[in-house]
Write a protein that binds this ligand. Structure first.
Ligand SMILES: [Zn+2]
Ligand SMILES: [Zn+2]
Length: 447
């Protein structure tokens, strides 16, 4: 627990980025969506703590409440309706196979989407559609099909060579495949979501070794799977299914059965995702950043700035520099900066990046890169830090003729801020420059 620097009795919710004071509500002034330190006027950032990991089952009520609210109901009923339609179409010779494939894809996609959300610690499913999420879902689906290939290939073979009339009990290969699936499938789901390389996904030994590290929790997940699987089977093959099958209306029986069975299936998905979430940090599955939440999420700044403008401790030359940067005067800024090292930087991050842009415009790429780098390194929590790193890297690679140092910065951006959109661009840059650095045809080999 952090206390305010000025008011030791009050809890602090922010840290000033420049004077590093811890700030309570009274010491923090609102400025649009951001917060400023009342003492020095600089921007302050919320203090972050590790996301507390609630007990395994605490997510259940939240999830069930979500299902029965508008957005959850729509997702549930719509998925049930389309699954039901596909299940109903399976009986028709012309479209049966396509319908079966669509059924499986939709089911697996909806299942994996829930696993993924729960693996990120989200109990409530999001209201807004995150396109990024669906983008990744394709990858997850692909990995899931690979991870379960060891199950579905023998199952298909069992179906192909088994005697259809003998039924399930007369088909030992199929029976064995189903038994193995119950034990292995949850591990495959975990590997598809959490495995880092394709090896983690494809190699059954790797897959199983990941889940053995979950210990007892994996047993709990298996138990959930068995109980829920039993429930689904009871609905489908028990009296409810039989009663529904007698309905004279097409598709309705399938719709009801699929919708009802979806709920236990999603609960299995939830428990598997939760398993990943709870063990993820230990397994190194998450970047540390995604595990941070504000220490005092409800805190509102109520202070009033003692100085209206953010002012930096200043000798006269800093004021000169600041004025030049604000005015966008590259010559004056370069003159005021001349002879100084990045460590002398006392400008706010925003002004410092503007100074770097001015210096780069004046041809001082190396100095500009140094300033950007200093901005990123003096406070890695600074929201401008990723942009500063990216700019520094780009200047070094493209303008200053120092590709190695630039690539090192791209790498620290990609590794230090993996969730930042600029990290993607950095990885792209690394990929491209990697290609470029592979040896091309030697000069004498050229035609
Ligand atoms: Zn301050
Ligand atoms: Zn205070």
């Amino acid at each position: 627990m952090n206390c305010c620097t000025r008011h030791p009795d009050s809890r602090a919710a922010w840290r000033c980025q420049r004077c590093k004071s811890l700030l309570c509500s009274r010491c923090a002034a609102p400025d649009g969506a951001r917060v400023r330190c009342v003492g020095c006027g600089s921007f302050a950032e919320p203090l972050m703590i590790r996301k507390p990991i609630p007990p395994f089952w605490s997510m259940l009520p939240t999830f069930v409440r979500w299902i029965f609210r508008r957005r959850g109901l729509i997702e549930w009923l719509a998925t049930g309706a389309v699954l039901g339609l596909a299940a109903w179409l399976v009986r028709f010779a012309g479209v049966g196979t396509v319908a079966a494939v669509l059924y499986l894809l939709l089911f697996v996609a909806s299942f994996m989407l829930i696993v993924r959300r729960a693996a990120e610690g989200r109990e409530e499913m999001p209201d807004e559609v995150d396109l990024h999420e669906y983008d990744e879902l394709g990858l997850v689906l692909y990995r899931f099909l690979l991870a379960t290939a060891i199950l579905w290939i023998p199952t298909l073979l069992g179906l192909l060579y088994g005697e259809a009339e003998a039924g399930l009990l007369g088909n030992p290969v199929l029976l064995l495949a189903i038994g193995a699936s119950v034990l292995y499938a949850p591990a495959a789901v975990v590997a598809a979501i959490a495995g880092r390389s394709l090896g983690d996904v494809l190699n059954p030994v790797q897959v199983l070794s990941t889940v053995t590290r979950f210990g007892r929790d994996y047993g709990v997940a298996l138990l959930v799977l068995l109980v829920m699987g039993g429930l689904i089977a009871a609905v489908r093959f028990g009296p409810p299914g039989a009663a529904l099958a007698g309905l004279p209306v097409p598709w309705v029986a399938e719709f009801v059965i699929e919708t009802i069975s979806l709920l236990p299936a999603w609960l299995v998905a939830l428990s598997l995702g939760r398993l990943i979430f709870q063990n993820g940090e230990e397994l190194g599955l998450f970047s540390s950043k995604s595990l941070l939440v504000p220490e005092l999420p409800g805190a509102r700044p109520t202070g009033v700035l003692e100085r209206p403008e953010p002012e930096l401790p200043g000798e006269a030359e800093d004021d000169e520099l600041r004025e030049a940067v604000r005015a966008g005067d590259a010559q004056a800024a370069a003159a005021a900066w001349a002879g100084r090292a990045p460590e002398d930087l006392s400008l706010s991050s925003e002004l410092a990046l503007r100074l770097a842009a001015l210096l780069s415009g004046a041809g001082e790429h190396l100095q500009a890169a140094g300033i950007c780098r200093q901005v990123a390194e003096r406070d890695p929590q600074d929201p401008l830090a990723p942009r500063a790193l990216y700019t520094a890297a780009r200047l070094l690679v493209e303008m200053a003729g120092q590709p190695e140092s630039g690539q090192a910065l791209y790498r620290s951006l990609a590794e230090g801020y993996p969730d930042d959109p600029l990290a993607d661009k950095a990885r792209q840059q690394l990929g491209e420059s990697g290609d470029r650095s592979t040896p091309g045809p030697s000069p004498d080999g050229a035609k």
